[in-house]
Design a protein around this ligand. Structure first.
Ligand SMILES: [Zn+2]
Length: 250
C-alpha cells in the first residue's frame, strides 16, 4: 500500500509575504477540486490508525502550524467530503493569526483529526532531548485536555528530527510521526511509521501539483529535495532562499 501525504501550511486571499508556504486560497481550492476528480482516493485522516485503506495508492492531507486559515480549509474539505490532519503548536493557540480553542473544537466536530506540532514550534533536533520530550509531551497533554481524546499524531516543526527525537516522540506516547521528507510511504501494517510528506508551496503550478500526486518525476523531485537539504546546510540564509525560489520551488 502506498500512501502519499501532502502538507499545506497557511492560505490567504492575496499573500504578500515572502514565505513560500503561504499559498493563495484559489490555488488551494483548485488543487483540492482536482484531487476530488482525479480518481485517486483521499485517505480518511482517521483511517491510518485503523489501517483500513482498501486501495493500493491513496493521498492524505495534512496542515502544519495551526494557522487561522485552517478553519476555512477544514470547511472546504468538509464541503468536498474530505478531511485532513491539522498539526497545532499549542503555545500559539488563541494567538492572533492562529486557531483559537473553540475553532479547534469546531474542526474536531467537523471530522478533522488534530495532531501535535510540538508546543513552541522550535526545532526539536536542536535542543537537549529532555527539552524536546517536554515540548512534545506538553503539547500532547494540552491537546488531549482540550479535545477529550487521545492525540496519536505529531509533525516535527520545520521537519527537524533525528533518531532520538523520533524515539522521544514514541516514548511520550505518539504513534505516528510525520516529517517533511519528500516522498511516498510504503505502508506495511506498521503502526509506528516515520511518515514522509510532500510540501505544497506558493507558485506551484497545477501541473506540478499533479506530478506530485501522481508520482511523476519522483526520482527528480527526490534528488531536488536532497539538493535542497544540502544547500540549506551549506549556504547563508539569503543565498539559500534565492536558490530555492529559482530552482527548487518554481
Ligand atoms: Zn511548522
Amino acid at each position: 500500500m502506498k500512501l502519499r501525504y501532502l502538507t499545506y501550511h497557511q492560505t490567504a486571499d492575496a499573500p504578500v509575504v515572502s514565505d513560500v508556504h503561504v499559498i493563495p486560497q484559489p490555488q488551494f481550492e483548485m488543487q483540492i477540486d482536482w484531487l476530488c476528480n482525479c480518481g485517486i482516493p483521499v485517505l480518511d485522516a482517521h483511517a491510518l490508525a485503523k489501517q483500513e485503506f482498501g486501495q493500493p495508492y491513496v493521498v492524505g492531507l495534512t496542515f502544519d502550524d495551526g494557522c487561522e486559515s485552517d478553519l476555512l480549509n477544514a470547511r472546504y474539505l468538509k464541503s468536498r467530503g474530505l478531511n485532513g490532519i491539522f498539526f497545532v503548536s499549542t503555545a500559539r493557540i488563541d494567538m492572533p493569526g492562529y486557531l483559537a480553542r473553540a475553532q479547534i473544537l469546531e474542526m474536531r466536530d467537523m471530522g478533522m483529526l488534530i495532531g501535535s506540532h510540538s508546543h513552541e514550534h522550535r526545532a526539536l533536533n536542536l535542543m537537549p532531548l529532555d527539552e524536546a520530550r517536554k515540548q512534545m509531551a506538553l503539547s500532547k497533554q494540552i491537546l488531549e485536555e482540550l479535545l477529550g481524546q487521545t492525540v496519536d499524531h505529531i509533525a516535527f516543526p520545520g521537519g527537524g528530527h533525528n533518531g532520538d527525537v523520533v524515539m522521544g516522540a514514541h516514548e511520550v506516547g505518539f504513534r505516528y510521526v510525520f516529517t517533511t521528507i519528500w516522498g511516498a510511504n510504503h505502508i506495511k501494517g506498521t503502526t509506528s511509521a516515520v511518515l514522509y510528506r510532500d510540501t505544497v508551496v506558493r507558485g506551484m503550478s497545477l501541473e506540478r501539483f499533479k506530478d506530485i500526486v501522481l508520482g511523476r518525476n519522483e526520482l527528480m523531485r527526490r534528488s531536488k529535495y536532497w539538493c535542497k537539504q544540502a544547500a540549506h546546510g551549506l549556504l547563508p540564509r539569503a543565498a539559500y532562499s534565492a536558490l530555492r525560489r529559482r530552482f527548487i520551488d518554481g
